[in-house]
Design a binder for this molecule. Structure first.
Ligand SMILES: NC(=O)c1ccc[n+]([C@@H]2O[C@H](COP(=O)([O-])OP(=O)(O)OC[C@H]3O[C@@H](n4cnc5c(N)ncnc54)[C@H](O)[C@@H]3O)[C@@H](O)[C@H]2O)c1
Length: 270
């Protein structure tokens, strides 16, 4: 059911690669809720993914941008504001990649150039998008910027590798930039810490199926799906959450607050 929560709002959605992407679901919901928006992804992903199909469904266009390049982000904001006919009300940062994780490097044998790349793509890009937006005054008052995180920022998950540091930096940027942007332009900045989700980025983690199932058993409500995550993102883009900023918000069926569950006790007792 649609509620017109984003009627008249304009935004940018990064990170839709294919129909499993969290950003893909956010785009469909944003459309349903009355928003107009631009889709973007790295030029290489445009060749591999299916983003043009999504653009057609959402009756919008794709503007390529590598989120690690400030000049690409500047052009993205400039062209988006022109195409949408005004400043933005929301931005979704749904970007993550670690060459170390992708190439199966053990945490005790990290390649440091790749570590820097993981941080640049998955965390500093968030700062770059915020700083560029502020400098260009690209976002309206009470606009909302959301990044997607994972609980490996707070707890260890062996195979998550250097992405754990990337997520810790991402969440810290949401606090620091949220403080600054809230005071200067009343723009809100938050991260959502999402359950394991079956997407290209998610399933790239070694042993993903096991930790998906473990999280499912450890969450009283079960794992939150990509579609549920999209609903939560929409609520953060809406005016219903206009005083929420600088938060890392767990969206995980209760996983982050669980000590042990009956499901795990059953499994361990066998
Ligand atoms: N899938 C999960 O289990 C899970 C859980 C919690 C958080 N997240 C986070 O959700 C976000 C979205 O990931 P997803 O699971 O939808 O997977 P996904 O693979 O569909 O999306 C990741 C996106 O990042 C884009 N990207 C990579 N490098 C880029 C660059 N330089 N510039 C611009 N875009 C770039 C990719 O093209 C892709 O579209 C990521 O931040 C991820 O870490 C995922």
């Amino acid at each position: 059911m649609a509620y017109n929560l984003l009627k008249g709002k304009r935004g940018i959605i990064t990170g839709a690669l294919d129909e499993n992407s969290i950003a893909w679901k956010v785009a469909l919901k944003a459309k349903e809720e009355g928003a107009s928006f631009i889709l973007t992804n790295a030029p290489v992903a445009l060749r591999m993914g299916k983003i043009n199909e999504l653009a057609e469904t959402c009756n919008t266009e794709v503007i390529p941008a590598d989120a690690t390049k400030v000049e690409d982000i500047e052009a993205l904001y400039e062209k988006s504001i022109e195409a949408l006919g005004g400043k933005l009300d929301f931005v979704l940062h749904s970007i993550g990649m670690s060459p170390n994780v992708r190439k199966g490097r053990d945490y005790g044998n990290l390649h440091y150039d790749w570590f820097l790349k993981s941080l640049d793509i998955s965390a500093l890009s968030f700062h770059k998008m915020l700083q560029t937006a502020e400098k260009m005054d690209a976002i309206n008052e009470y606009g909302s910027v959301v990044g997607l995180s994972y609980i490996a920022a707070q707890r260890t998950f062996d195979t998550y590798g250097d992405m754990a540091q990337a997520k810790a930096v991402l969440e810290s940027i949401a606090r620091s930039y949220g403080a600054r942007y809230g005071a200067s332009k009343k723009v809100r900045v938050n991260t959502i810490s999402q359950s394991p989700t079956q997407t290209t980025a998610g399933t790239g983690i070694d042993g993903f199926d096991a930790f998906y199932e473990y999280a499912n058993q450890m969450s009283p409500l079960g794992n939150a799906s990509a579609e549920d995550c999209a609903n939560y993102v929409i609520s953060l883009f809406s005016d219903l959450t206009r005083m929420v900023t600088m938060q890392n918000l767990f969206h995980d069926g209760g996983f982050s607050a669980s000590g042990i569950t009956d499901g795990i006790i059953d499994k361990m007792s066998k």
